[in-house]
Design a binder for this molecule. Structure first.
Ligand code: PGA
Length: 251
């Protein structure tokens, strides 16, 4: 049985103090809940060590939102995978559409980031997804397929199995416009078949594929009950404990 996961992506929100408080709230709520999925929060770099100190990672996993494409050296302002791992974090979001769109991340740099994250024992939550124009002109399957192929398909099957994928249609992120259950399921099944063609059906069955994009307590149940949707990557609704826990409880 593949893992079910609900992961929060705080993006560039909360001061350190606010973030620690929010992490404590989620951590406390999880103590009182029998969560039927893994729960993760991905937080700004500045918050990682402090959040790690106040949560129980056997109940609430911790992740970063990015890492550098080099191990160390003269890269002012960058934060490496070993630095992330040294805070106690165990996950890292890579290839988020905002990184691709605003910071020029390409498949070539993402390929390096994935390798460096895996070398540190971090679990990459690797994001893929088409923009509105690609949804409308019907090229969305091809776009998502090449995002996966270019950044991930030189991994061995053993390494590929360590990745969590997150399908996030860019037109649904922060817009309030969710993909329908059917649109999301159709894409998740396509992603799984793409993996099966490369690594075989057994590997494809093991990979958790999360949906992201305006996921809320009200639509999570419908999405998560689709056969190929294994959880969610949650932006806006992860910034308060109550809606985030509402999504966790959708499982
Ligand atoms: P959203 O963001 O839930 O606010 O749409 C999801 C994401 O970008 O990971």
């Amino acid at each position: 049985m593949r893992k079910k996961v609900v992961a929060g992506n705080w993006k560039m929100n909360t001061t350190l103090q606010e973030g620690v408080r929010l992490a404590e709230e989620v951590n406390n709520a999880l103590k009182e809940t029998e969560a039927k999925c893994d729960v993760v929060i991905c937080v700004p770099f500045t918050h990682l060590a402090s959040v790690n100190a106040v949560i129980d990672q056997s109940k609430l996993g911790l992740g970063a939102e990015n890492c550098a494409d080099h191990v160390k050296g003269a890269y002012t302002g960058e934060v490496s995978a070993p630095m992330v791992a040294s805070t106690g974090a165990r996950y890292v979001i890579l290839g988020h559409s905002e990184r691709r769109q605003y910071y020029g991340e390409t498949s070539a740099t993402l390929k390096e980031k994935v390798k460096l994250a895996l070398a540190e024992g971090l679990t990459p939550i690797f994001c893929i997804g088409e923009v509105l124009e690609e949804r409308e002109n019907g090229t969305y399957n091809a776009v998502v397929k090449s995002q996966i192929e270019e950044a991930l398909f030189d991994l061995t099957a053993d390494d590929f199995k360590k990745i969590i994928l997150a399908y996030e249609p860019v037109w649904a992120i922060g817009t309030g416009k969710t993909a329908t259950d059917e649109q999301a399921q159709e894409m998740h099944a396509f992603i799984r078949s793409t993996i099966a063609a490369k690594y075989g059906a057994d590997v494809a069955e093991e990979i958790s594929i999360l949906y992201g994009g305006s996921c809320k307590p009200t639509n999570a149940k419908g999405l998560f009950s689709q056969p190929d949707i294994d959880g969610g990557l949650i932006g806006g609704a992860s910034l308060e404990a109550e809606p985030f826990m509402g999504i966790v409880k959708a499982f």
